[in-house]
Design a binder for this molecule. Structure first.
Ligand code: MN
Ligand code: MN
Length: 308
């Protein structure tokens, strides 16, 4: 198997069975390839608009437009990196606890076979399961880079600890990530109250707000991006973007990043060992003309380039 996308001259981009980036569909972890690309179709942790369970299918569909060559980095991503669509993790739509267990098990199978993992959610609660699997394998807390409008360090909601707005707090409390070597990018208000910052203060979890990015400018902000040494995980909540650029999401927040700003910031990140990444919170029922799903597919391509 050559692990290359389906040839667009032989099978035009509107044709063929839809896999991520038209890559081969693989179910055997023992095959020799580098990156497993998985869907995690769960929105069991959503507090407002549901629909993220449909994102892996929608992103597979529009990722037909993906191209291999990364112009800025001068890399033929799919020639350098053997990638495969490994299908969706199983989930339990009636139980977030079961879903977290299933996603942790499914992702661990690929991680244990020494694959890097790119996951398309799902709502942001799926990242907790993925981080549990990576911690289980690496046995050390990971560096964590987190694009989001929200801090996702919030308390239990309706008495439930696990939801899409609490996974960062759980990841810190469970020792899955090292907060002092982590960074949140694109966060902005309004918050429920200033106590929403308590977790960041308590654990010295740093953040760069959208206001800082917009007012100081991309070049100034890129100087604040330190090098990430050691196993690093990158999580991209599509709502870090302005709803004008990413309307298809569960909890939109106005005055966000543009597509260009988000992609440019990803390119500036210096990461020695990116072991896993995800793109979450795409909600196709609220999307327009597939623009949110298209951006998610391109963010995934950026992450693959970072894995090289
Ligand atoms: Mn989030
Ligand atoms: Mn968010």
């Amino acid at each position: 198997m050559d692990f290359m996308p389906l040839n667009g001259r032989q099978f035009p981009r509107f044709s063929g069975i839809k896999t991520f980036y038209r890559l081969p569909y693989v179910t055997d972890p023992n095959l020799d390839f580098n990156v497993a690309i998985m869907g995690a179709p769960s929105d069991a942790g959503v507090s407002y608009r549901p629909g993220a369970r449909f994102a892996p299918s929608a992103i597979r569909d529009i990722s037909s437009l993906g191209r291999s060559y990364h112009w800025n980095h001068d890399i033929h991503v799919f020639k350098k990196l053997k990638c495969a669509d490994v299908g969706d993790s199983s989930v339990d739509p009636l139980s977030i606890e079961n879903t977290l267990t299933l996603i942790e098990q499914n992702s661990f199978d690929w991680i244990q076979a020494q694959k890097k993992l790119l996951t398309f959610g799902g709502d942001h609660s799926v990242t907790l399961a993925l981080l549990r699997a990576f911690k289980r394998y690496h046995k050390t807390p990971l560096n964590f880079i987190h694009f989001d409008a929200h801090l996702d360090t919030y308390p239990a909601a309706w008495g439930h600890e696990y939801h899409h707005g609490s996974f960062v707090r759980h990841a810190i409390e469970e020792g899955l990530i090292n907060p002092s070597s982590s960074l949140q990018i694109g966060v902005r208000g309004p918050l429920a109250g200033d106590e929403d910052l308590n977790v960041n203060i308590k654990y010295n979890l740093k953040y760069i707000t959208t206001d800082e990015i917009k007012i100081e400018g991309l070049k100034e902000i890129s100087k604040k991006l330190s090098h990430f040494n050691g196993p690093t995980y990158l999580s991209f909540d599509i709502d870090c973007l302005d709803p004008a650029y990413a309307p298809g999401t569960g909890t939109p927040v106005p005055a966000g990043l543009t597509s260009f700003e988000a992609l440019w910031l990803i390119r500036q990140l210096s990461i020695s060992n990116l072991v896993g990444a995800d793109v979450v919170e795409v909600s196709p029922p609220f999307d327009q003309s597939q623009i949110t799903a298209l951006l998610a597919a391109q963010v995934g391509h950026e992450f693959l380039a970072k894995m090289l």
